[in-house]
Write a protein that binds this ligand. Structure first.
Ligand code: RUQ
Ligand code: CUA
Length: 763
């Protein structure tokens, strides 16, 4: 046994040396592989354009809505490797989201009328902008089904806030950020009474309304500020997508609508259905809103509050020149402002044209009060002729438009024809088309909705996959298709199945604009972004007891949980706060207790809490749910829920093995051999410029901690040995060795990192 331990330490070192020296030998040529797998040269080229060698990085990071999963999917481009699902509107157990008290509070922010909503239909993500360009700080996304908006901090990719819309019953036209993220737009979808009360459908025209909320974003706090947020009351047209103006159109917002017929269905009453009544007119309306002027009115105290929130009535919007309508092609969908802010492109789902509106013309019509009339609510209508620059035939069922780095060039998704059309909205020329598999909804180019699109790649977010993937039953994965757009003609590179929900929109940002954390400051409440009042430091763990309540302030470090025994009485409220003491990158510990619906993810530095009522007497093992170390399985403990009035009968813990002096001495010999390995690694590290590598510094910091613990355990072993208590001497000697192994593990990782990063020898 002891000998094996000693060998292990030695093996650890030799394994590293062998690894460094070996290189994989290819036994086949590229031609042979192509032949064997039936690949064409085009296939191999596509692979070469998307392949990321091990350890490599993608150029862009994509945030895709996760549709009905209520999450955000994060993947790299061009590799299309999925990196994370961010829990947003829906609990996500791996991240402990919705299972620890801190994140439960975030989800509780999204309650509607006090009701927990544990599902979201996430639709349109938006990255925060500074001066019209992505700044990589925050991500916003809306929930269409239960009108809410969430804020995700891109420091740690965690959801920090969910706010329900105070007036709507559904939303669609969000999230869209204004050029400096002053506001985040959220447009309603299906009209309903804004006061949340009942009104019969017979009173649709009078009582039902749409709306557009401009959520004020407090960048300092990293939160939406409901106090400074305002909403436009809009007619009961089904408002659809929105976009914020920029450049010349800065200060304005544009929101589509369908069903301006205000048709109310009722098949069961013998009436033609919604789909007939909502598409009978040839045109619908684009809503043009002036948010800068509206914000001034709010600041001047001229906007009233309803249900505690600023609401600009239709009458006030008309009187203050804040709201205008422009006819749009039948059943419009996408509403996309060009990078220069001069044009707005709208495509009608039931039309084959993309309509290019000119903001200069719109502004001239507004300033010249050149209106063709007023809608039923008195809102001025700018005529199509007065606002339109051109319309271009792009294919059947055009939806959304995204922009290229080349001036005037854009791409429109064509739903019915299943294709992407590349065209120029300045010249009106169609440049190229590419078939899609199948029925593309949104599409996205790299940073394609900023004022400086990067072009390069386009992703088609397809509504159907049909025959693209291995069959997995009637519910197919979604298909994201990666397209190379760096040349005059588009080339399809890759099909990526997404098995989570129907992604609507996605946004991509250049990787180098992001700077995510690898660890938290120690004892960090990541949701409130401050030091947790529940943090514990090494050696300061404690359990507080009050009648009916037990509160644990514990820690996690490879490979033990402190405390290892939690004793409570049946009926007690139990609060467990755990701090991960690790500094090493990726050393996450989890925490789960049998039968309590608890699952924490405690990343390095984080403090996370679980609370529950121990309502049934019994024995409940708990353990770490991340495979964090060789002794991960031993990272365990017991929650003992004692029956009321329980009296302990046995005084001493039982042990399965008795140790002798000889066992102790053998263990000490192993430890001394291990120390030699550690010394060699330390010598290697300190002879190099390791201080210039933050990753290594963190590993060294961690290793130093572990070595400190080793010294403490060593001392305990020696004290027990002095008293001839060989049982405890041996156990503490083994614990001393455990700490050494962890030190060696960290040290070897640091050494490998230095070797791979070409660290310089300094002495
Ligand atoms: S959309 S159905 Cu963005 Cu085309 Cu929601
Ligand atoms: Cu910590 Cu497994």
């Amino acid at each position: 046994m002891r000998l094996i331990n000693r060998l292990k330490a030695v093996l650890l070192l030799t394994a590293i040396c062998t690894l460094a020296g070996s290189s994989a030998a290819w036994t086949q040529t590229l031609q042979e592989v192509m032949q064997e797998r039936g690949l064409t040269e085009k296939d191999v080229l596509a692979a070469a354009k998307t392949y990321i060698p091990t350890g490599g990085r993608d150029e862009y990071l994509c945030f895709s809505s996760g549709g009905q999963s209520g999450q955000v999917i994060v993947y790299g481009i061009p590799s299309m490797r999925i990196l994370k699902y961010i829990g947003v509107f829906t609990p996500e157990p791996w991240q402990g989201y919705g299972f620890d008290d801190e994140s439960k509070a975030v989800l509780a922010g999204g309650r509607i009328d006090g009701k927990d909503i544990t599902f979201g239909d996430s639709h349109h993500p938006a990255i925060s902008e500074t001066d019209g360009d992505y700044d990589g700080k925050f991500l916003f996304i809306n929930d269409k089904a239960n009108p809410r908006v969430a804020v995700i901090d891109l420091k740690d990719f965690e959801t920090k806030q969910i706010v329900p819309n105070p007036f709507f019953q559904s939303d669609h036209g969000g999230c869209f950020a204004t050029p400096n993220t002053e506001y985040v737009m959220e447009g309603s979808q299906y009209p309903a009474p804004l006061d949340g009360e009942f009104a019969p459908l017979e009173e649709f025209n009078e009582k039902y309304r749409g709306g557009l909320t401009y959520w004020k974003f407090d960048r300092e706090a990293g939160r939406l500020d409901p106090e400074q947020t305002f909403t436009f009351e809009l007619p009961p047209y089904s408002q659809d997508l929105s976009d914020a103006g920029k450049g010349p159109s800065y200060g304005w917002g544009f929101t589509n609508s369908f069903c301006s017929e205000r048709y109310v269905g009722g098949i069961e009453r013998g009436r033609p259905p919604f789909e007939a009544g909502c598409s009978s007119k040839d045109t619908d309306f684009m809503h043009v809103t002036n948010w800068v002027k509206a914000a001034e009115l709010v600041a001047a105290g001229k906007v009233g509050k309803v249900k505690g929130h600023y609401l600009i009535s239709i009458a006030q919007a008309i009187a203050e020149d804040l709201l205008f309508l422009i006819p749009e092609p039948k059943s419009p969908h996408g509403c996309d402002v060009s990078p220069d802010g001069a044009s707005i492109i709208v495509a009608g789902k039931l039309d084959s044209h993309a309509w290019v509106y000119s903001f200069v013309k719109i502004k001239a019509a507004i300033d010249g009060r050149n209106f063709e009339g007023y809608d039923a609510y008195g809102i001025p209508i700018i005529s199509l002729e007065a606002a339109l620059d051109k319309s271009v035939s792009v294919g059947l069922g055009p939806l959304h438009t995204q922009f290229d780095s080349e001036d005037g060039v854009c791409y429109t998704s064509i739903y019915v024809d299943s294709q992407i059309t590349k065209w120029n909205y300045k010249t009106g020329k169609v440049l190229d088309t590419l078939p899609i598999h199948y029925n593309v909804g949104h599409l996205m180019t790299m940073e394609g909705d900023t004022k400086n699109p990067d072009g390069k790649f386009l992703v088609a977010l397809n509504k159907l996959a049909i025959d693209r993937f291995d069959p997995v039953g009637p519910l197919h994965p979604q298909n994201h298709q990666l397209i190379d757009i760096s040349h005059p003609t588009m080339t399809l590179l890759y099909d990526m199945p997404l098995p989570l929900g129907e992604p609507h929109y996605a946004v991509s940002i250049k990787m180098d604009k992001l700077d995510p954390l690898v660890r938290y400051k120690s004892g960090w409440d990541s949701r409130q972004e401050k030091r947790s009042e529940f943090r514990a430091r090494a050696g300061r763990e404690r359990t507080d007891r009050q009648p009916g309540k037990v509160e644990v302030f514990g820690t996690l470090i490879r490979s033990h949980i402190t405390p290892e025994i939690i004793e409570v009485t049946e009926g007690d409220k139990v609060l467990i706060h755990l701090t991960n003491l690790e500094r090493a990158e990726d050393e996450v510990h989890g925490f789960s207790i049998s039968g309590q619906n608890i699952q924490l993810s405690v990343e390095p530095g984080k403090t996370a809490s679980a609370s529950f009522v121990a309502d049934k007497a019994g024995v409940y093992p708990y353990y770490c749910t991340e495979f964090c170390s060789a002794l991960h399985l031993e990272m365990e403990g017991y929650l003992l829920v004692q029956p009321k009035g329980y009296q302990a009968v046995t005084a001493e813990m039982q042990q399965g093995v008795a140790y002798s002096k000889e066992d102790y001495l053998t263990q000490v010999a192993t430890n001394e051999a291990t120390q030699e390995v550690i010394d060699q690694v330390v010598a290697f590290i300190t002879s190099h410029n390791y201080q210039e590598f933050p990753t290594v510094l963190a590993l060294v910091e961690d290793a130093t901690d572990q070595l400190g613990f080793a010294a403490e355990a060593k001392q305990k072993a020696e004290t027990a040995a002095t008293g001839n208590d060989w049982q405890n001497a041996m156990l503490w000697a083994n614990q001393w060795w455990q700490y050494q192994v962890k030190t060696a593990d960290l040290g070897l990782r640091a050494k490998t990192f230095l070797e791979e990063s070409g660290a310089k020898k300094i002495k």
